[in-house]
Design a protein around this ligand. Sequence first.
Ligand code: DPP
Ligand code: ZN
Length: 848
Amino acid sequence: AQPIYLADYQPPAFLVEKVELTFKLAPTTTRVLSRIRFAPNPAAVPGQDLHLDGEGLRLIAASIDGTPLTATPDATGLTLEAASLPDAPFTFQAEVEIAPEGNTALEGLYMSNGMYCTQCEAEGFRKITYYPDRPDVMAPFRVRVESDLPVLLSNGNPVESGPGWAEWDDPHPKPSYLFALVAGDLRATTGHFTTMDGCDVTLNIWVRPGDEDKTAYALDALKRSMLWDEQVYGRVYDLDIFNIVAVDDFNMGAMENKGLNIFNSRCVLASAETATDGDFAAIERIIAHEYFHNWTGNRITCRDWFQLSLKEGLTVFRDQQFMGDMRSHAVKRIDDVLTLRARQFREDAGPLAHPVRPESYVEINNFYTATVYEKGAELIRMLRLLVGEDRYRAALDLYFERHDGQACTIEDWIAVFAEAAGRDLSQFKRWYEQAGTPKVTLLEHWEDGTLTLTLRQYSAPTPGQPLKEPLLIPVALGLVGPDGAELMPTQVLELDSPEQVFTFTDLPARPVVSALRGFSAPVVLEHAQSSAESNVLLGHDTDPFARFEAGRNLARHILHGMILDGAPPNPDYLNAMRLVLVDDRLDPAFRALVLRLPGEDELAQSLHAAGHTPNPDAIHAARRRALCLLAEALAPDLTRMVNAMATPGAYNPDARDAGRRALRLAAAGLLAHADGGTKARDIFAQADNMTEQFGAWCALLAVGAGSAESLQFHRQWQANRLVMDKWFGAQVAFAQPDLAPAVAEELTRHAGFDWKNPNRFRAVIGSLGAHPAGFHQSSGAGYRLVADWLIRLDTANPQAAARISTVFETWSRYDAERQALIRAELTRILDRPDCSRDMGEMVGRMLG
Ligand code: DPP
Ligand code: ZN
């Protein structure tokens, strides 16, 4: 397959003024009738052919202004030759047949549990009918759905309906990737929202019968999102109705189709008994994310798919702000940085590294990545820090005012900031163009009351980018006295050269440098600090992220020592952890985060960055030993915390109770390494909510216990698909490393292993890939099992298979034996005649 290049962009030859669609739904013989009004694009080179994308369609008939068409489609669609097209607007009509029932790729129109639904982003609409399936073609849609199923939905407002049919009208011009249709036997939970302009909006959460008791939280989160977007960004909803539908078989988390969001049921359904605090938070975030897309994505969309971060980075940043406002900014920031490092830094350090705005792709579905999403959000956070909050808001106002209804680029985005801030941002723009995580080195020199800081930046080569230019890096920095008092509040240093020196004079004593407060830039900071200095920051820094980071640095340092030379942990560290654990002035959620040791993959990443070849078994063993030592040292306090953090009364998913449960479970989980799981067993037995039931069960599995609880969990929840995903996943995630591949394999033979369901596949195969010591078991059994299943899934659902293939992206970190085993598996995946375009691109990039 040929790559597509950003540099080759051409405006569309024709624009669309109006789309009318009729769907006659049937599992294997759905008919789609289209009537599309085209007009020549004044901005395009005249005299071009009109290419209508279409894949897997059976063309029944087509015409232009009523004259039957003779052109025959090829594998990519239908090309209407310039010479055969009128010079003025014309109407193209077509009738095609498709088979949603056999659509296992879950892209286009497909079926899930007897229900019809769609997924069109990025290029699924071309599997529904012939159309210029590109985001810079925006049009109003009118849709008629015909089916005997009781609920028939599409985008926009309902206009008319009768027995067996319904019509919907979406007046807002939209790209085809935002088209949606749903038909099924569904039940709604309904609410209302009055906009700040006084309009009433009907809100519906549509679910399968039996799931109505799991919709309340999503509906509430939706109302809060709508209010927040009005209050913080001045953005008002623009239709009479907002529908959300829960679907069990779905490749992504959710999709922001105009007025008709479609959600993976995992990202919308929740009750106290079936969902964890983490699930509730994810639902709140994703509901907000998809809702916020209505302005950042739908009304202002992307000119082409290279600009994906224009909508995704911005919308992630907005959902991060929202979650901070709803819960805790400190905890949210720490969580986001942990996710960024675990997923995006990992991606950026390996063969799949790519810029936030890529320059080429073979299959765009492969670029819905942590780089485009999470690093894209970091770039917006940095812009906001550099221009200040007021100018950020002014830039956004200008963006909405200038570009509403348009398909835009990163250049348009940078321009509103440059104008609102009166500042040249061309150096900043490199962040969108250069891949890789910059390394920032900080050196201190102290003399006579003057502190001199030398900051250096370096960006290593990434695939296709051997040389890097210096970036504009905002380094938020404060100075803390040796007693913990703030000596200098946060200043934002702008590092824009390979090396710069900053001087601070007239200091009473040598301060402790608190650098990269709030994680002000997505970089790896190298700053040698003693454990005494880290302890000052951990105990006193005014910036909560910096406090967390100081504890993290101590933990990483100790774990590296244990892994590399078996050095025992410093007693100071154990004591510092005790102080955090019992400090009731600190938010329990924050304490839970500090207590959590860096994960095995994070340790492999940091060891590799420090020039070592990580050994997954040694990392696992050392981490396990650290957990035991920590548990023994803190046992009495941990026991006290388990009791103190109980949340009496009815389950409440809010941040306060969730934080208490997080600390309670963190304490019980740690304690299990000393007491064999006695406390965890109590929590499991008494739990009236999934957070504690599942958390306690995982704590038991982690110490090799919990088999009775596994049986009970299965007995209790076997009828609940989402909870069963947890049952499948946890057994793999917490399996003893040498057993993990066998445990996963055994589960693939379980009657409930419905491998075509992406959630279930991920629960087993994805969990094995996320278990470093299990996946990288030296026999290669983990690699083999994952490869076998990726090959199988690739034939049914290439998009999902390609996404999960990233479990192999870190292969070049490991020793020669493991590298050879992985290369052999990747080659086996690639060297099949039926290897998909999606998988071919991913594996090809990984092999380099
Ligand atoms: N639905 C996905 C998201 O919201 C892709 N747009 O990120
Ligand atoms: Zn999104």
